[in-house]
Design a protein. Structure first.
Length: 305
């Protein structure tokens, strides 16, 4: 999916409350107005959001001109279940999938595959390629394939005693396996330092990964959200960033500091050669659009907040 110039894309999740449901069409419209390359729609653990993710995908595909990527996980699903889900996604016009293993359901410490299911995202990538071949036939030559498949990548966020980013070699091996299974590009987990991204990409290239690796960018404007994300992802938030946000004298100043940090991150990853930016919006257009505007990448349409 990444093109010649840096792509801009936005992650959305299916609404979790009636208020979220009411507000989401406005958010989608505001984000679509800056002409992104794609939206991606998350998929809840155990397929919990299968229906609501599908509804949001359909909304994007029918109400905007923007392609929509369906996240899909292997959690709690047999191979047959996944085959059915993929075919239904194709039926509603989805041609872009982010293939994930998924996290264990809440309360379960270890990830356990469904007895007739998959252990890694690579197997899901292989299934997607098999269904693609059955539905669309085998492609001629090196032209674009009917289905574009993204996978996850993990730059991490720790540093050694000399301040050098630590790259987990198993995540690089996992990405290589996903490439060999037929993935087209990768989108990263949250990270906070462009050096983490650059080190991960360098390690991936050294291991033979040639996939474009699109950095996932979080607007760094909300310290509560960053703390929650640290718990969820295990990626440590730099204490200096949290202190700067916590100690801001006003909410406006906190927001301004968060925007400045986000723009530094965006400029840092683009300088490191990032092929695009995938912005985690948390279903709110304002911070995502402000980051892009401040970074000089997109204008801010009026009334996005
Ligand atoms: P895999 O790549 O299969 O890796 C799983 C584990 O196996 C890892 O520990 C990996 O290191 C190891 N592994 C796999 N292959 C190899 C190999 N060949 N050699 C050595 N080790 C290997 N979760 C959701 O539930 N819903 C979502 O919508 C969602 N969206 C996400 C979007 C992005 C951009 C990202 C980065 C993550 C998202 N997640 C989502 C979270 C994701 O499901 C979890 O991080 C999950 O724990 C791992 O998924 P994966 O696809 O990276 O798994």
């Amino acid at each position: 999916m990444p093109a010649d110039s840096p792509t801009i894309s936005f992650e959305l999740y299916p609404p979790r409350t009636p208020k979220g449901e009411r507000e989401l069409p406005g958010t989608v419209a505001a984000l679509a107005a800056v002409d992104p390359d794609f939206f991606s729609v998350t998929y809840g653990a155990s397929g919990r959001t299968r229906e609501s993710s599908g509804a949001l995908l359909e909304h994007i595909l029918t109400r905007t001109d923007v392609p929509a990527i369906a996240h899909l996980t292997c959690v709690g699903a047999s191979e047959g279940d996944l085959d059915g889900v993929v075919r239904r996604l194709l039926d509603i016009g989805v041609r872009d999938v982010l293939a994930l293993r998924g996290d264990p359901p809440e309360g379960e410490p270890d990830w356990r595959p469904h007895p007739q299911g998959y252990t890694t995202a690579s197997e899901l990538v292989q299934l997607l390629r098999r269904v693609e071949a059955q539905r669309f036939g085998t492609p001629d030559g090196d032209g674009p394939r009917p289905l574009s498949i993204a996978v996850a990548a993990y730059p991490g966020g720790t540093f050694d005693a000399d301040g050098v980013p630590v790259v987990d070699p198993t995540t690089v091996q996992a990405l290589l396996a996903k490439q060999e299974a037929g993935a087209d590009y990768a989108i990263t987990q949250v990270f906070y330092d462009p050096a983490s991204y650059a080190a991960f990409v360098a390690a991936a290239r050294a291991a033979g990964v040639h996939l474009p690796i699109v950095p996932g960018i979080i607007p760094l404007t909300d310290p509560r959200r960053l703390r929650r994300l640290e718990t969820l992802t295990g990626v440590p938030v730099p204490p200096a960033l949290l202190a700067a946000l916590d100690e801001a004298p006003t909410p406006e100043e906190r927001y301004r500091r968060g925007l400045t940090a986000s723009v530094d991150l965006v400029h840092g990853v683009l300088a490191a050669g990032a092929p695009g930016l995938h912005v985690y919006t948390f279903n709110t257009a304002g911070p995502a659009l402000d980051v892009l505007a401040e970074a000089g990448l997109r204008p801010v349409p009026a009334d996005t907040r």
